[in-house]
Design a protein around this ligand. Structure first.
Ligand SMILES: [Zn+2]
Length: 305
């Protein structure tokens, strides 16, 4: 790898940060660490990653995905996920470039997963799709004819906050109630299971229970997936994009949720055509973000529209 052109690719999560080195579209090395707890540690982590790799490689630039609403026009993190709130209103691109002295390209974490899936994963034969990242919350990326749509303010693609139930659960986005991520996310599903079963189960435990046909778990997944289908109907009515990709940890539940997602779409979309759309499962899982960050950096951010 000596002196090869390489890109540092980082997928920041609320709990873990995945970092890797990508050369010619291949992940050569990757690491998972606990996400930094404050701004100084966040900047030091990326600086140290750069110092380690730049000893033997010619680092061209850094691609970075951060969960939350990133303002692409001003390159400021508007609202990061709660555990990274120290990034709010920070001009993080400028801060990092000042220290690293190489370009840094940033977008929302769901956008890098979407780019990864479209260019290296399940979407490689498609020119458009909406990717939903089903994890701690629900993120989304709108990929349309080769580019990620970021919108006029740079905030496009926040499907987790589509309302699916009036006056119901309060959302972390503020005083709003009934956003879909309060019904179909790791935190909501583990919380609901705890209420039903009287003890905490991890997502993997819940997956095993579903595979064992636990009726409580199956019912819960079906009801939550129906609401997700309702949210997907809103996306389809707005965008008329024929493929939805389910990514993130909860995409592992694909076989248990697909029918009820379709039922939700069928009950809430305007035309029966939407019930026949393709709903695909991520093929890259954890690597999608790193590979998407690579293309974000390699295209110098031009993959964003
Ligand atoms: Zn919300």
């Amino acid at each position: 790898m000596q002196n090869k052109n390489a890109f540092i690719c980082i997928d920041v999560g609320g709990t873990y940060i995945k970092s890797g080195i990508v050369i010619d579209g291949t992940i050569k090395e990757k690491h998972i660490d606990k996400s930094p707890c404050n701004l100084d540690d966040f900047i030091s982590f990326i600086h140290k990653t750069y110092q380690d790799y730049s000893k033997n490689l010619n680092i061209i630039s850094v691609g970075l995905g951060i969960p939350g609403i990133f303002n692409h026009k001003e390159n400021i993190m508007k609202y990061a996920t709660p555990s990274l709130s120290y990034l709010n209103e920070v001009p993080i691109k400028k801060e990092l470039e000042k220290i690293l002295l190489i370009p840094v390209f940033i977008t929302n974490d769901a956008n890098i997963v979407t780019i990864g899936e479209m260019k290296f994963g399940i979407g490689t034969k498609l020119d458009s799709a909406v990717c939903l990242t089903l994890g701690t919350g629900i993120g989304g990326g709108i990929y349309y004819k080769g580019k990620i749509l970021i919108g006029d303010k740079g905030f496009a693609g926040e499907p987790g906050h589509i309302n699916v139930k009036d006056n119901d659960r309060i959302c972390s986005c503020g005083i709003r109630k009934g956003c879909i991520e309060n019904y179909f996310s790791i935190s909501s599903i583990t919380g609901d299971v705890e209420k039903i079963k009287g003890k905490h189960y991890s997502m993997l435990d819940i997956l095993h229970l579903a595979k064992d046909n636990d009726i409580d778990i199956i019912n819960l997944l079906e009801n939550s997936a129906y609401l997700l289908g309702k949210a997907v109907a809103s996306i389809l009515l707005t965008l008329d994009i024929e493929t939805i990709i389910l990514a993130g940890g909860l995409s592992r539940f694909y076989d248990f949720i697909i029918q009820d997602i379709r039922k939700g779409i069928s009950d809430y979309a305007y035309t029966a055509d939407y019930t026949e759309i393709d709903i695909l499962k991520s093929s890259l899982l954890e690597d999608a973000g790193i590979l998407g960050a690579y293309l974000l950096a390699k295209t110098e951010g031009k993959i964003l529209f």
